[in-house]
Write a protein that binds this ligand. Structure first.
Ligand code: ADP
Ligand code: ZN
Length: 734
């Protein structure tokens, strides 16, 4: 019987059918011809005998690699839940170096996935006499003669192939004549170092939390560990990890990208050394492939320390997943598909394999808090800092009052400047947070009020004074700052607002002797510079560190006595149901960077809304008050966690066509979902890279089937009248 295989290829599509010339099991990697000349790697999803009603090509080659059954089911879950194709999941999950695309046959052969094996060559002839005969028999076959000589001279059996200069053809010929043996051997897996004997000694309350977490794991699969900043969650993780490794299991330890500082990696490495496998976005394709293979071949005993995409690594024998800073929005992949949430995917993965999941945060996401309160997740709280260090004192500084009193110097209220001065005099350090990079977020004409916008995006361009360019933070386009207003021609262009670059500029003027550094996406573009900025601050060579979101997380610097939030209003201004929650998280995380050893730290929040309840809750460190108020609001207006959301985004260059299609979709959608389908409406930035954008929002109430809603939405989106408009679905948008 002719066999066929449905094969997943790393393209935005479901499986493709090919014919098979040999029996192969699902999960096997294969090489197929795709398009006229391209050869790409695929994964066999299903083998069957159903001849498709169209011509199919044969699979070109069955490769060595495989995807486990567990992985296949996990990919299927991601594709189904996040409404994307298996091909997109494959593209995200398999490192590019393992699935070279668009190569010729020979190129491909040199690149394909190879298990970690090494070839060894040894003489097959018995003694000196036989060897001499062999040499004679080779006569004029010079290359074979030399090859044999080389092997004989190398002495000993099992000469590593890579040490020989002989070419493959000569070796194969010698092998065919029975003169040498070529053997492939799996490389000895890098031996794992011993586990540490003495682990971090936990304080009494840490010990209680540690025991509590384990007890909760007896009855629940997921536990939320809410530990205030500086409570030493990492030390608890390390103790939990050690137990898993000792039991021979693997651990997945996930962190948001920007918290994956070398500082934390060093801390974890200090305990587990070579058992730590690090996976982040700065690895090259090759390095990713190496990690992938190391993880795949491990039966246990490894700590995989990685960012969002680490959840897609083929970890077997998984005992525990730790999702640190579980509230962090960067766990959600926004673009491209699969638009998965690594925390939620981790919970699914762990559930499918019988592992446990620990969600750690000082400020858990309201979803996790809600699940904990409902008893669905276990909940453990660690309310005090390690070593009895008090939590920082938080002061709210009213910007409008400061202006009225003449107590504001550019962007700094007197209160903050006074504290900064104290810090500098005392030889301590300060961190200042501003969630805008660049110099000025926008340039405005003082004559006509026009703002310079990007030509391709409906958004103001940010002025970067350092290199004198205006940059669009959406598409990256850059242009020189014009000398006159492009709208009215007046020479009255003025920078408005301020970003990190300007904050540093002003600080240098106010504190000429202070050593000031900046950390944001611009200065951290090079890994080296990022590292050196952090090192300098850690070693006290910098007094003030100004930065964006990048400095809020994970860092544990001992000398920081003061934290300043330069403009909390920015955080509150997002028109998003999560804005308050996020603002609370950012302020709390930022505040948590100071006073981590001994003396109490101080935090100054500059805002023009001192009475805003969120600002008060953040200042009081009152997470419960924030959570209760926000949850009440979400219940009232029906937002997560009281429902699930799917955001449908439509993009097209022609606004009229876009509206037409969006309205059509909204109409047909309302016939199915009624008032639970909202929109179309333009998002905050409604044009990017020349494409107009509209969104629709589907709310799915708890209790009604989410799977059913996704399926019905999927059907609506396959309407052929929608063609030509780019449509993407974002399930559980953040
Ligand atoms: P969190 O991640 O909860 O904010 P960290 O894990 O960074 O807190 O811990 C804060 C600081 O306290 C770190 O410098 C850490 O090394 C120290 N620390 C916490 N627990 C212990 C412990 N049991 N023994 C020694 N040092 C600890
Ligand atoms: Zn742009």
């Amino acid at each position: 019987m002719q066999l066929y295989a449905d094969i997943v290829l790393p393209v935005a599509h479901g499986a493709f059918t090919f014919s098979l010339t040999e029996e192969v099991v699902a999960g096997r990697m294969v090489r197929v011809q795709f398009g006229a000349r391209k050869h790409i790697m695929g994964v066999i999803w299903r083998v069957h005998g159903v001849r498709p009603p169209f011509a199919v090509k044969p699979v070109e080659e069955v490769l060595e690699g495989t995807i486990s059954e567990e992985q296949m089911r996990f990919w299927e879950w991601i594709a189904d839940y996040y409404m994307c194709s298996l091909g997109e999941v494959m593209a995200a999950a398999l490192p590019a170096a393992l699935r070279p695309e668009g190569l010729s046959g020979e190129e491909f052969a040199g690149e394909i996935y190879k298990p970690a094996t090494e070839s060894f060559v040894s003489l097959a002839v018995g003694d000196e006499v036989a060897l001499n005969e062999a040499f004679e028999s080779l006569g004029r076959a010079v290359r074979q003669y030399r090859a044999l000589l080389e092997i004989a001279e190398a002495g000993g059996p099992d000469v590593p192939r890579k040490r020989l200069r002989a070419d493959a053809a000569a070796l194969r010929a010698l092998e065919a004549k029975g003169l040498v043996r070529i053997m492939k051997r799996e490389l000895a897996k890098g031996e794992l170092p011993d586990l540490p004997v003495d682990l971090p000694v936990l304080s009494a309350s840490q010990q209680r939390a540690f025991t509590d977490v384990k007890e909760k794991f007896d009855s629940t699969q997921v536990v939320v560990l809410q530990g205030v900043t500086g409570s030493g969650k990492t030390e608890i993780y390390i103790n939990l990890i050690a137990e898993q490794l000792a039991a021979g299991r693997n651990v997945l330890y996930m962190l948001p990208e920007i918290a994956m500082s070398s500082q934390l990696v060093r801390r974890v490495r200090a305990w587990f050394g070579e058992r730590v496998v690090v996976y982040h976005s700065r690895l090259t394709g090759r390095q990713r492939a190496v990690v992938w293979e190391r993880v795949k071949s491990s039966q246990g005993g490894l700590v995989v320390l990685g960012v969002r995409s680490a959840v897609l690594l083929p970890v077997q024998n998984l005992g525990l997943v730790i999702v640190d800073e579980e509230h962090d929005a960067s766990y959600k992949q926004e673009d491209p598909a699969p638009r998965y949430h690594a925390r939620d995917a981790a919970i699914m993965l762990a559930r499918a394999t019988g592992a446990k999941t620990l969600l750690g945060s000082a400020t858990p996401s309201l979803e996790s808090f809600f699940n904990a309160r409902a008893g669905k997740y276990g909940y453990v709280k660690l309310a005090e800092r390690y070593g009895g260090v008090p939590l920082p004192q938080i002061m709210i500084s009213d910007t409008l009052k400061a202006v009225a009193r003449g107590e504001r110097t550019v962007h700094f209220n007197k209160l903050l400047l006074d504290r900064l001065n104290e810090v500098l005099v005392n030889g301590k350090q300060a961190m200042l947070f501003q969630n805008r990079r660049g110099f000025a977020p926008y340039i405005e004409c003082a004559e006509c009020g026009a703002v310079i916008k990007c030509r391709q995006c409906n958004v103001a361009m940010t002025w970067h004074k350092g290199d004198g360019m205006l940059r669009c933070h959406y598409c990256g386009r850059a242009q020189r700052l014009p000398t006159v207003c492009p709208t009215c021609g007046a020479a009255a262009l003025e920078p408005r607002g301020f970003g990190t670059e300007k904050a540093v500029d002003e600080l240098v003027r106010i504190f000429p002797d202070a050593r000031i550094a900046r950390l944001d996406r611009d200065t951290a573009a090079s890994a080296k510079r990022y590292e050196s900025t952090i090192m300098a601050f850690e070693h006290g060579k910098t007094d003030i560190l100004v930065g964006t979101q990048m400095i809020t997380k994970g860092f544990d610097f001992g000398g920081v006595a003061l934290v300043g939030i330069l403009n909390a209003d920015n955080l509150l201004a997002y028109p998003d149901f999560r804005a308050a929650e996020r603002a609370f998280q950012t302020i709390t995380q930022m505040a948590g960077r100071c006073g981590r050893r001994g003396e109490q730290g101080q935090v100054v929040i500059q805002t023009s809304q001192p009475a805003n309840p969120l600002v008060r809750q953040a200042a009081d460190g009152d997470y419960e008050a924030m959570a209760c108020e926000q949850l009440a609001e979400r219940a009232e207006f029906l937002y997560p966690p009281y429902c699930r959301l799917i955001e449908v985004t439509l993009r097209h260059r022609d606004a009229a066509r876009l509206w037409e299609v969006a309205n059509r979709l909204a109409m047909s959608g309302r016939a199915v979902f009624g008032r639970m389908l909202l929109g179309p409406q333009p998002p905050l930035v409604d044009k990017v890279r020349g494409e107009e954008i509209l969104t629709l929002l589907l709310k799915v109430e708890r209790g009604s089937s989410f799977a059913d809603a996704r399926r019905r939405l999927g059907e609506l989106l396959s309407d052929k009248h929608l063609r030509g408009v780019r449509i993407t679905c974002n399930v559980d948008p953040q």
